[in-house]
Structures are given as C-alpha cells and as structure tokens.
Design a protein around this ligand. Structure first.
Ligand code: GLU
Length: 485
C-alpha cells in the first residue's frame, strides 16, 4: 500500500513551495487509496514554534488536505533517534566524533588554503579505545557520524530519472550532534522507516540529501522508498520564488479572498497538468487523474495573474449557495451578515450576489462590492467623485430625477431606466452623466454592474437618501484638496 508523508518544519508559516509538496503527496495518496502521514519536523527547538505548527495545520485544513496519521512531532521522539544512532555505532556503521566545531573549522580552512577540497578527515574514526575513554572522561561532547562506505549510490528519481553519486563526494555526515540532538538525516530516515513510507515526494532542494539517506536506510536494514523530487518554483523574473516576490504564505492567499478550490487548481498546475488548463477541476477529478509520471521536470513559474483568472472564473461558476457559504465569513467579519440574508431576504440576496460576482476577482472584491447594498458603511472613491460628481448640471438635474423616482409605481430596473433617460432628455444632458453620478452617489465607486438593476436592488429609500448627499460626497474632494494644499 502507498504510504506518503508531508514533513514541514514549523519555523514559519506554510509557504507555497511546501504546499505544493503537500498537495502532490495528498493527491498521490488519495489516488492510490494510500495513507497520508503528517509529520512536524520540530527538532530545531529554538526555531520551531507551536504557533507555526498550528498555522501549518490551518493552511492544510483550508485546502482540505486531510491526513490519515499524525501529526507526529519529532520533538517527542528524540530518544528513538538516539537509540538508532547508537545501534549503528554498535554495528560499526557509525562512530563517535569528539572534534569541536572550532577544530573542524580550523582544519577545513587549512585544507582549503592548500587548495584541497575539505570533507571530514575521519580523525575520530581511528581513535584507540584508550583515547576515546579519556575524551569521554574529560567530558568532551561526542557526536555520532555515519561511516560512509566506498562505492556509489544510484536511484531512479520518479521525476528526474537516474541519479548517481560517487561516495567520494560524501563526507561522514553527523547523525547525532554533541548535544544529543538528531540531525535532519537521522530523524527523517528513522521516521520514514517507522511509518513505512513507500514514496518520498519533496522539493528538489533535497536531491543532494537523498544518497546519504539511502545509505542510512540500508544501514538500518530497511527497504529504500521511491523518490520523486519536485522542481523548484520560480517567480515571474525566473528567480527562485521568495519573499521578494511578495507574501508567499498560503494563508495570505486566504486573507486575500481566494477560493480554496481555485488555489488548489493553481498550485496543482505548478508542475502537473490535469489536461485542460482552461478548465477548473474538482478535487475528485484531480484525485482520479493524478499521476507522478506526469510531473514535469521544468521549473514552473508562479504567475499571480493565472491565479486571479482562475479565481474570478470560479467565483462566476460556483453554484450560488456554495459561493455564499464562502462569502459569508467575509461579510461577518465586516459586520454585514445577518441570517435574514438566507431567509427573508434570500431572493434579494441571491440576485445581488449573482449581479456582483461577475465583476469580482476575489471574495474581498465581492464583499466590498456588496457592502453598500447592505449598509451605509461605504466610502466615496475620491477619483470617482472628481470625475463624475462635480458637474454643475447635477445640482439641478438630480433633485428632479429624485422626484421622478419618487413617483414611480414600481422601483424596477426597467422603470428606473425609462425615468432616467426621460429626465436626461428634458435637461438636455447625456444619460451617461446621470448614470455615472448615480453610481458614485449610491455605491461610492465608478464601476459596478448595470446601474438600473443596482438601483433596484439597493431599493428606493436608500437610493433617494444617497442622491441627497451630493454636497456631502463633494466635500471629500475639498478635504483632499485642503490636505494637499
Ligand atoms: N522538513 C523538511 C523540509 O521542510 C522536509 C524533509 C523531507 O521531506 O525529507 O524541507
């Protein structure tokens, strides 16, 4: 049975690179009806935090990446790693090393001054029993190093193909540090063996670690898993994706109002194509079609435009009740939600969401677009005011239009439009001038869906009240000008 794991270090929030690793492990596990293990690699006690562990779990939950086993916390398993290292010493496959970091650094520099390549010189491998005992008695801390045998290690990476490493290029790496803490190689391999991992899927920054880890699997008498190393993600400038390219933490994308399914599609398409790039796939479809064989070797580029495009597509394609479920927390956060929107005002609210979703790229956009329909807490965009509310003809035409609106039998899009066009003609001004002015007065902004339907949904009472605020809206400009001047 397939058993995979995702093993983040909780030294920061989950970022998109790690998330793609999680996603591919999860897709592979679900596709193969296998087991997805979650392991928190918190051996670096100083840099790890519980808060970050929680944040990582939250990000995984947001995307629906559920795990079957774990979370296993490495910090609770130190004794197990120590025992494994000591077992290797007992079997002559590892040895104690008493060299301090300062001594090693000095010898490294000396070697390099001679123009030679440094790797650990095995000074402690040949200590006599007597010498070793003396060092122990003096209390010199002892690390444990793996004794790298002669030869080569080969493995067939499922993404990169055959990789061969001559052991001449490997040094006797540390398994257990002098302070008794395990190194990454030791804890990873011990845990992967204990949880019977069959496939290690991770970022290709780990390729160079793999030969050492294969040696460890063998030394510990365990079968070696398959490896698939995912190519590095690049920013739009084709350099390694990093903070320079903006906030790359996964939860940041939730904060920005992306839908989990859009983000899931976007992330999956970094290195894997489910077929049609124009289509938004359901999770079930991706699980069904996923294959490690189809992962591409080339480095994918993290293109936010693509994410935005997928997100706005999905906002428009989702069944309305589902979209409303996603939107609800955003409205709640701004105090705009009431349960009436699902009961007494359901039809109205659904029309409203349907009308506004076509212009929204994110849930944040959608929430902002909807706000003026629900509450008086909206502000005027100064640019929009400057452009559309300063015309002198409005002082005369707007009150008259207001009277026209008051007289309408039905405050419906159709009647509103008729009244507005008639008014524009009587005043000898363009209908567009009134349309733009109304949009800014009623919604605070210069762009919106069709204004007549907007006004119908805002309702007569609110529309009329907001039309009266022409001078109030204009004041924003005066205030800005004062500030500037
Ligand atoms: N904790 C390691 C990392 O975050 C993962 C190690 C592994 O997958 O082998 O990069």
């Amino acid at each position: 049975m397939v058993r995979v794991r995702f093993a983040p270090s909780p030294t920061g929030h989950l970022h998109v690179g790690a998330l793609r690793t999680a996603l591919f492990n999860w897709l592979f596990a679900r596709h193969s009806r296998g087991i997805f293990v979650l392991r928190i690699e918190d051996t670096d006690v100083a840099r790890s935090s519980e808060e970050m562990s929680r944040s990582i779990l939250e990000a995984l939950n947001w995307l629906g990446l559920d795990w079957d086993e774990g979370p296993i916390y490495q910090s609770q398993r130190f004794e197990i790693y120590r025992q494994a290292a000591r077992r290797l010493v007992d079997r002559g496959l590892a040895y104690y090393c008493f060299c301090s970091p300062e001594e090693i650094e000095q010898r490294r520099q000396e070697t390099q001054t001679r123009g030679e390549h440094w790797k650990y010189d095995r000074r402690c491998l040949n200590l006599s029993v007597q010498e070793r005992r003396e060092l122990v008695n003096r209390g010199v801390p002892a690390a444990i190093r793996f004794l790298v045998p002669e030869g080569v290690t080969e493995f067939d990476d499922l993404v990169h193909g055959r990789i061969t490493v001559d052991h001449k290029n490997l040094e006797d790496f540390v398994l257990l540090r002098g302070d008794g803490l395990p190194t990454y190689h030791l804890s990873v391999v011990v845990d992967d063996i204990d949880t019977r991992i069959t496939h290690v899927i991770r970022g290709d920054d780990h390729i160079s670690n793999t030969p050492k880890q294969i040696l460890l699997y063998r030394a510990l008498g365990a079968p070696v898993p398959e490896f698939a190393h995912l190519p590095l993600i690049l920013g739009p400038d084709r350099k390694k994706l990093s903070k320079r390219h903006g906030d790359t933490s996964v939860l940041n994308f939730r904060e920005k109002g992306y839908l989990p399914l859009a983000f899931f599609n976007f992330m999956a398409q970094l290195s894997w194509s489910p077929g049609n790039e124009e289509k938004i796939y359901s999770i079930e479809e991706m699980v069904r079609d996923f294959s490690l064989k189809d992962i591409s070797k080339g480095s994918p580029v993290f293109d936010l435009n693509k994410l935005e495009w997928l997100n706005s597509r999905l906002i428009n394609e989702l069944p309305l009740p589902e979209l409303i479920t996603h939107l609800r927390p955003w409205l709640e956060k701004d105090g705009l939600w009431s349960d009436e929107l699902l009961t007494g005002r359901k039809d109205w609210f659904e029309r409203l969401v349907n009308l506004t979703r076509s212009r929204s790229r994110t849930l944040v956009d959608l929430g902002a677009m909807i706000a003026p329909f629900i509450s008086e807490r909206f502000s005027y965009d100064p640019e929009a005011v400057r452009k559309h509310l300063l015309g002198a003809e409005l002082d005369r035409a707007l009150p008259r239009l207001k009277d026209d609106f008051l007289k309408l039998e039905n405050f419906s899009a159709q009647e509103i439009e008729k009244a507005l066009r008639a008014r524009a003609e009587k005043e000898g001004i363009k209908a567009a001038a009134l349309i733009h002015a109304l949009r800014v007065l009623v919604l605070g902004r210069a762009v919106s869906p069709g204004i007549f339907e907007v006004l119908e949904l805002v309702g007569r009472e609110k529309t009329l009240a907001r039309m009266e605020n022409l001078s109030g809206a204009r004041k924003i400009i005066n205030r800005l000008e004062e500030d500037e001047g």
